[in-house]
Design a protein around this ligand. Structure first.
Ligand SMILES: Cc1cc2nc3c(=O)[nH]c(=O)nc-3n(C[C@H](O)[C@H](O)[C@H](O)COP(=O)(O)OP(=O)(O)OC[C@H]3O[C@@H](n4cnc5c(N)ncnc54)[C@H](O)[C@@H]3O)c2cc1C
Length: 576
């Protein structure tokens, strides 16, 4: 393996690949990925990528930006949202020109469908803004970008796990990676490093996220002394397959699917009379919980406690097979039903991290003092720009990846042209080597039990509805699990493809993020977007219209706050 690069991108999802592609114009670039690139979670994105192309009806980037800001319950930095919406349009055309096979209208234009919270004329009614490739949009984005990276001679280190960031002061100078095939540790020197490691839904028991979504990037940043932003805002998607969490895309509702309770009622009529089943996700997840609490859930017949039904039967077989073929497959495989004829049992599932590593609009990571850390970048779900605020709208993550992944890549290209490689301190690998040795010689419990306990605590006490006392007990439980982790051991002490070790390294990252998430949730005494407090049910702009930043100093959280950019649309109550 080459040990020196102009830029190393950690992660081969949409954000990492787009950045690598852009940066490759200015120097030698490598992508390091613990997965084979096209297995990254971006490949699971089903429903679409939002851009105001206006192909089927009038639409404007201003409307898209406004929906994003309102959808995020006004925690969104508004100029960043404007960039997101403005640049989305060209980004989609660029993907099209790279060969992405979008679904088409009969006239040959990119087809667009409705999605939650995306509206015409500042909230009047749903608008067709989501561009899509059937229900495999992310898969197509990933394949397209990967091919382009190969064409532009980006080097790939697949199945290499990043264990440490190497910093000199606040500048990033390289990283330490574990080669999964051999178990060897290597250091790589680089002028710039970008974290694009995706989300961390695996912190929760029921999630739509892949096994690899363990938040390694934010945890590396946290251990390097960088504060994480808005960690209390975690999104639960309303429609996971009941009892499993596997995602049923919002596109099903975009195409006309309806949520019903056990009496067959379209209950969203009560909670969002205007947008109904296309209200933002936080509102729908809470509405489902209210229905279940009121005894309106389905129960008994699937040995799952409580769920509601997503009824797509009105779509008919042709539309189902054409527009949501993968969803139809999931339903047949996991439930033994056909969504064209049977309603789908659904429950909310942990889905998306709005918070993460703070960056500016060029992807530069912002350190403890608020200034950019030279040579360190982040983009995608692991980063917080912040364009999703307290609740992300569907289709806006894929936009975030391509818009801010590309912006970060462009900035890296400029940066590496003027920067030089820095020497690494002696013994750069020692920390990682000691850690691996400790896990191989630990005498405590195996990590699996710790993981299950963490997921249960987070699901029950830091889930959709939170409460102060419970939050504090969640913190105490996660702290105890972190203590237990210090003595944890692997069963497999081997070197080659030691997935037992890999999972334990990932668990450390999840535990760190669970701790700061629980702390941040216990601290924010209001309800906003994806963060709902039973004991503080109202949004409280006077006290809490501010981003939280949390660092861990010897395991103890240190909080600070920063203003939200509200320069375009003053915060208003959300009515849908
Ligand atoms: C089921 C599902 C459906 C979705 N549908 C949509 C949708 O329709 N529209 C939408 O906008 N959003 C959707 N989302 C959200 C969106 O897909 C994700 O937020 C987004 O794809 C994340 O992309 P990313 O590039 O940040 O990271 P990912 O695609 O998750 O990639 C992370 C990369 O980091 C690498 N990595 C992680 N840790 C390490 C490490 N320690 N060392 C080396 N490499 C590492 C991995 O190998 C991987 O390559 C969906 C999400 C899910 C789970």
């Amino acid at each position: 393996m080459r040990r020196e690069y102009d830029a190393v991108i950690v992660g081969a999802g949409g954000a990492g690949l787009y950045a690598a592609l852009e940066a490759s114009s200015a120097g030698r670039v490598a992508v390091v990925s613990k997965l084979y690139p096209v297995r990254s979670h971006t490949g699971c994105a089903q429903g679409g990528i939002g851009a105001a192309l206006g192909n089927l009806e009038e639409d404007h980037p201003e409307w898209h930006a406004f929906d994003t800001i309102k959808g995020g319950d006004y925690m969104v930095d508004q100029m960043a949202a404007r960039i997101l919406a403005d640049e989305a349009v060209q980004a989609v055309y660029d993907l099209e020109n790279m060969g992405l096979p979008f679904s088409r209208t009969p006239e040959g234009l990119i087809d667009q469908r409705r999605f939650g919270g995306h509206t015409r004329n500042f909230g009047e009614a749903p608008v067709r803004r989501a561009c899509y490739a059937a229900d495999r949009t992310g898969h197509m984005i990933l394949q397209t970008l990967y091919q382009q990276c190969i064409k532009h001679e980006v080097d790939f280190y697949n199945e290499y796990f990043v264990v440490d960031l190497l910093l000199d002061g606040s500048s990033c100078v390289g990283l330490v990676v574990l080669e999964l095939k051999t178990g060897e540790l290597h250091t790589i020197r680089s002028k710039a490093v970008m974290l694009a490691t995706g989300g961390f839904g695996r912190m929760f028991k029921t999630t739509s996220n892949a096994y690899a979504n363990t938040g390694d990037g934010p945890a590396l940043a946290l251990r390097a002394g960088i504060p994480l932003e808005d960690m209390e805002f975690y999104q639960f998607h309303p429609t996971g397959i009941a009892g499993m969490g596997i995602l049923i895309t919002e596109a099903v509702r975009g195409e006309g699917g309806i949520l019903r309770n056990r009496r067959g009622e379209r209950f969203m009529e009560m909670y969002a009379p205007k947008l109904l089943d296309l209200a933002p996700r936080d509102l729908i997840s809470k509405a489902i919980l209210s229905e279940l609490k009121a005894g309106n859930g389905m129960r008994g017949d699937r040995q799952i406690d409580d769920y509601v039904l997503l009824d797509a039967t009105a779509l008919g077989k042709k539309v189902v097979e054409e527009k949501i073929p993968d969803i139809a497959d999931f339903c047949r495989t996991y439930l033994g039903i056909d969504p064209a004829t049977d309603p789908i049992p659904v429950q909310p599932t942990a889905h998306y991290a709005m918070g993460g590593i703070p960056t500016d609009v060029h992807g530069r990571v912002l350190g403890a003092g608020g200034g950019a850390c030279p040579g360190l970048y982040a983009a995608g779900e692991c980063a917080c720009v912040s364009v999703h605020g307290a609740n992300r709208l569907g289709t806006n993550s894929l936009v975030d990846l391509v818009v801010f992944g590309r912006r970060a890549g462009r900035h890296i290209a400029d940066y590496i042209a003027g920067a030089s490689l820095r020497p690494l301190a002696a013994g750069s690998e020692d920390g990682a080597r000691d850690k691996v040795k400790r896990l191989k010689t630990g005498r405590g419990a195996h990590g699996g039990a710790i993981r299950e306990a963490m997921q249960k605590t987070m699901m029950e006490k830091v889930g959709i509805i939170r409460e102060g006392e419970e939050g504090r007990s969640a913190v105490a439980e996660i702290e105890a699990l972190r203590d237990e982790y210090r003595g944890a051991r692997v069963d497999d002490a081997g070197a080659a493809f030691n997935t037992d070790l890999l999972e334990l390294l990932e668990l450390e990252n999840l535990l760190d993020l669970a701790l700061v998430t629980a702390h941040a949730a216990a601290r924010r005494e209001e309800s906003r977007g994806g963060h709902t407090r039973d004991d503080f049910p109202e949004r409280d702009d006077a006290r809490w219209l501010k981003h939280s930043l949390v660092r861990l100093v010897s395991g103890v959280p240190e909080f600070s706050y920063k203003d939200v950019d509200t320069s375009l649309y003053p915060p208003k109550p959300r009515v849908y």
